[in-house]
Write a protein that binds this ligand. Structure first.
Ligand SMILES: *Cc1c(COP(=O)(O)O)cnc(C)c1O
Length: 381
């Protein structure tokens, strides 16, 4: 088992699980006839880009650095979407991306000719204004007043002022889901068709964004396939999906060690991992990460609050219970730690960045990255 073989804290990426996820995604590509891109924002471990590139059509980026990484390390289709672009970034993006997606009519008009001159496909992100989730408001691009995507009313207004606005635009893009199933995509898609269907005959492609939890056990893959087929046959469009989570879902662990146990009414384990530094979604989303061999508070006889060796009082990972007493030096393993973890790491409190290991499909373990004091110092002045 890898748990005793790594130093703590360490992330361990599970190649076997990654391949399992990629097979599910590949089935969607094959049966629906669509293309799936890796949204690098969720997972940018380029050591496994050659593997991901064997299955998927390419990468999508949130901006210049991810776009460069996708180009350098996967080298397949390379898309980018950002709420706005800077002139100096655009000069490079038109060289390294084949699809550039704009978030507003103003941004589209500003950079349209530059894209056309460089043979880049132009997309416009639209907002179907159909909220399908209530749990995580900060991840709802359809919330009232959202800055993400052009609304139908704004697009109509722009087209009335200038009927050539969509000339040169070959695709539309929407991204509204977060950890959701295909029934929510169905709801979103019909809102999208109702509001933007008129523009589809002039398009070549539709990108239905990310947030599709395709590799989750209860995900209705067949419904997704039929929705994609519906779009393809009704509008004759190439369909793209750009999930992040679904690619590396459950494909990583975070191994920590118990440094101390403080008992001030609640028994608190002080770990050499941190929610604030190493799993910020625990505080941001918020959620309680799955932990190997543990139960809910009250479920098993030994209960502990899991916390960190940072000075932040609220750096609490969650309350858990165990079958046996936990001792200083024990190792605890968090699960589903590949996504939105390493990409969000920071060195708050001067806490070291965890090492990154790859657990290969053949069972061997490889250290792919080790960080040190210089990584902390280099980001400061
Ligand atoms: C975040 C994001 C994704 C990926 O979302 P997941 O929830 O990780 O699948 C894809 N496209 C856009 C535009 C995004 O903002």
């Amino acid at each position: 088992m890898f748990i005793s073989k790594v130093e703590t804290p360490s992330y361990v990426i599970d190649e076997g699980k990654l391949i399992e996820n990629l097979r599910v995604l590949d089935r969607v590509q094959t049966e629906a006839g669509c293309k799936i891109l890796l949204a690098q924002k969720a997972f940018s471990n380029f050591a496994v880009y050659p593997l991901i590139g064997k299955f998927l059509a390419g990468t999508t980026a949130s901006g210049i650095y991810e776009a460069r990484l996708g180009k350098e390390e996967m080298g397949k289709e390379n898309h980018v979407f950002a709420p706005a672009y800077k002139d100096e970034d655009m000069a490079e993006l038109v060289q390294i991306c084949d699809h550039i997606i704009f978030n507003s009519v103003a941004q589209l008009m500003k950079y349209k000719n530059m894209c056309l001159d460089n043979g880049v496909e132009i997309g416009l992100r639209v907002n179907p204004e159909m909220s399908t989730q209530k749990d995580h408001a900060i991840y709802d691009p359809c919330a009232k007043g959202s800055r993400l995507g052009v609304t139908a009313a704004k697009l109509k207004e722009a087209l009335e002022a200038d009927s050539t606005v969509l000339d040169g635009v070959t695709g539309l893009h929407f991204h509204t889901l977060c950890e959701q199933n295909s029934d929510d995509l169905e709801t979103t898609l019909s809102a999208f068709e109702e509001k933007f269907g008129d523009s589809l005959p002039q398009m070549k492609w539709l990108n239905m964004g990310g947030g599709h939890h395709i590799s989750r056990a209860d995900y209705d893959v067949d419904k997704l396939i039929s929705l994609i087929k519906h779009v393809k046959t009704t509008y004759d469009l190439q369909v793209y999906l750009e999930p992040g989570e679904a690619i590396a879902l459950d494909a990583g662990y975070f191994v920590t060690e118990v440094l101390d146990i403080v008992d001030n009414d609640i028994k608190t384990l002080i770990l050499d991992g941190s929610a604030a530094c190493h799993m910020p979604d625990v505080l941001e989303m918020p959620y309680r990460p799955p932990l190997m061999d543990s139960g809910q508070w009250g479920e098993k006889p030994f209960e502990y609050r899991l916390s960190s060796y940072t000075c932040l009082a609220g750096d609490i990972i969650g309350d858990y219970s165990f079958d046996h007493e936990i001792k200083v030096g024990d190792r605890l393993v968090f699960e589903d730690m590949a996504i939105y973890s390493m990409v969000k790491n920071n060195t708050f409190n001067g806490i070291p960045l965890p090492s990154i290991y790859l657990l290969k499909a053949d069972g061997s373990l490889e250290l792919i990255k080790k960080f040190g004091y210089e990584d902390f110092k280099n980001r400061l002045s």
